[in-house]
Design a protein around this ligand. Structure first.
Ligand SMILES: [Mg+2]
Length: 266
């Protein structure tokens, strides 16, 4: 086995919950930094820009900057620029991530009465996912608009408990409109490839640490990355037990990651 020399880290449920640091997480990232382990934070978070996330994490004591963060909106912009250049995109998202969507033409529903956008882009669920907005999206899809989703996560954990996410709405839209979304965030292979390219690392020398067994851990393992599941955030013992593939490593929390990296030769 190749020595581990790089780490991809999910943020929500791994380093923080509702943007508050989990016990030991700040210290663990500092230890990885002190050991010169290249790392990048890979998140399906759609509520904040990379700069906004960095500001929040720095405020909590994490030694990271915007360049250390790869978000679903940022990889979605890259996907749209490549696969739908010049497209007029209707974004449904809870949170303002326009600064991470450079090169993407966003149309406002009100300014563009009746016109069908080229692509409907679904971001993160929240107050913006109203019946009106989703029904408009459904009608656009029926009239031939493309569908791109930043992720299809079913739920995440906030300080208030597990919270319904984009995937639950996306399944309904896809079934009703008879179409299938192109998904750009985790578990898409392109997302992991972008993270590895960012670090200049190969899959076999890289760890991916996440709280979502499917989107973070097993998806990374399918791309040759070593998967690490942490028992924080959205982790549920029953989901773990029901999985037919095992994570390469299971840890109580991110606080245990530096010791694992050391054991694996980092
Ligand atoms: Mg997570």
């Amino acid at each position: 086995m190749e020595r581990i020399g790089a780490v991809l880290i999910d943020i929500d449920g791994v380093l923080t919950v509702s943007w508050e640091p989990l016990p030991g997480a700040v210290e663990a990232v500092r230890r990885l930094r002190a050991a010169d382990i290249p790392l990048v934070l890979v998140t399906n978070t759609t509520s904040r820009t990379r700069a906004g996330i960095a500001e929040r994490l720095v405020g909590a004591g994490f030694p990271v900057g915007p360049d250390d963060i790869l978000t679903a909106p940022a990889v979605t912009a890259a996907y749209l620029r490549e696969h739908h250049p010049e497209a007029r995109c209707l974004l449904i998202n809870s949170g303002d991530v326009r600064n991470d969507l450079s090169g993407v033409t966003l149309v406002e529903e009100e300014d563009d009465e009746g016109a069908v956008p080229d692509v409907v882009v679904l971001g993160g669920a929240g107050a913006a996912f109203t019946y009106t907005a989703l029904n408009r999206a459904f009608r656009h899809l029926q009239q031939g608009a493309g569908l791109v989703a930043m992720h299809r996560n079913l739920y995440w954990r906030t300080s208030g408990g597990l919270t319904l996410d984009t995937g639950a709405f996306l399944e309904g839209l896809e079934r009703a409109a008879g179409t299938e979304a192109a998904v750009t965030g985790k578990p898409a292979g392109a997302f992991f490839a972008a993270a590895l390219a960012h670090l200049g690392a190969s899959p076999s020398e890289t760890l991916m640490v996440g709280d979502d067994i499917e989107s973070d851990v097993l998806a990374a393992q399918r791309h040759g990355i070593t998967g690490v599941l942490v028992k924080t955030g959205k982790y549920l013992p029953e989901t773990h037990a029901a999985s037919d593939t095992a994570p390469d490593h299971v840890l109580d929390s991110f606080a245990d990651v530096p010791d694992l990296v050391e054991r694996l030769g980092g």
